[in-house]
Design a protein around this ligand. Structure first.
Ligand SMILES: [Zn+2]
Length: 310
């Protein structure tokens, strides 16, 4: 029986301009794999800001030659590096010119395993990213809308977060915790009137600690979901953390790919008061990584600067 040559011993395919353009045109979030027989190495990328892409690497291998992961450009020059967690995950930030698409190689020291991963910050690719950072420094323009919305718990959210949220709500109900939605996707215009109403009531400085200016709300991405208890108690209030719903979400949301985005541990980074009801979908790869590393914010996981103010 012929044995497949291990990926790392294979000669590297020469990358032609045509192949590169084809790859850039068909960028997908499907993980790249070394090959079917070498599933121990996987990598994919997700843009997080206009000029930044995170390369997520997963290694499932009993004996790691090293914990270092390297990302190099098409010329083979190392441009970024990361360290694998015990669970075999690394997040490596790569700078990419805004609106462009290219590829990088992911490699390990001591082996010649090399994976090609598309990295892109084109509008189309940005629109598919559930890792896009929205904070007081990184916003979205007024035309941005989620590609496909779905209705869940009474509110519209990005379709990609729909099924995980449905599972979360179902499992919470099974545990006797009925959770409803109070906010999902919010348009730029809607955010503008909401923010303005808070400014009129409390003044701009106070409003900025709990409401986002238009273009700086995670709700505009469709990946944010505000939970509400069945009895409506502590709705959108800090005491929600002490309710059965708040406690259930703090404990279990990560298992479904959601993070509680604004916590007491990260308010200095985000510039927001804790919001135990505000969930942000990022997928279970990232929530697993956050649980392992204990990093308290998405900004820290992505090695982005704190954004406490505009
Ligand atoms: Zn919210």
């Amino acid at each position: 029986m012929p044995t497949a040559m291990p990926f790392y011993r294979r000669p590297l395919a020469r990358i032609t301009t045509g192949a590169l353009l084809a790859a850039a045109a068909s960028v997908s979030l499907v993980p790249s794999q070394a090959d079917a027989g070498e599933r121990w190495l996987q990598a994919r990328s997700m843009p997080v800001a206009a000029n930044k892409v995170m390369v997520a690497v997963t290694v499932q291998h009993a004996k790691l030659p090293s914990r270092m992961v390297y990302v190099s450009n098409l010329q083979g020059k190392i441009i970024a590096q990361g360290v694998l967690t015990r669970g075999g995950k690394a997040l490596v930030p790569v700078s990419v010119r805004p609106g462009t698409a290219t590829q990088v190689y992911v490699t390990f020291r001591h082996t010649r395993a090399r994976l090609t991963v598309p990295v892109s910050t084109t509008a189309r690719y940005m629109a598919t990213s559930s890792w896009r950072i929205i904070n007081k420094v990184n916003g979205v323009n007024n035309a941005y809308t989620p590609r496909v919305l779905t209705q869940m718990a009474g509110v519209p959210i990005d379709k990609r977060a729909g099924a995980p949220l449905q599972r979360l709500l179902k499992d919470a109900a099974r545990d006797g915790v009925k959770i409803y939605g109070s906010n999902g996707y919010r348009s730029w215009g809607w955010q503008r009137s909401l923010y303005q109403s808070y400014v009129n009531r409390d003044g701009r400085a106070a409003a900025d600690t709990f409401s986002a200016r238009p273009g700086y709300s995670e709700h505009q991405t469709g990946f944010a979901f505000d939970a509400k208890a069945a009895d409506g108690r502590c709705s959108l209030e800090s005491c929600f953390a002490g309710t059965k719903s708040g406690q259930w979400l703090a404990k279990h949301a990560a298992a479904y790919g959601f993070v509680v985005r604004y916590t007491p541990q990260n308010s200095k980074v985000t510039g927001y008061e804790p919001e135990p009801w505000h969930l942000r979908y990022v997928g279970t790869w990232l929530t697993g990584y956050l649980n392992e590393t204990k990093l308290p914010s998405l900004e820290q996981a992505f090695k982005m600067p704190a954004a406490p103010s505009y």
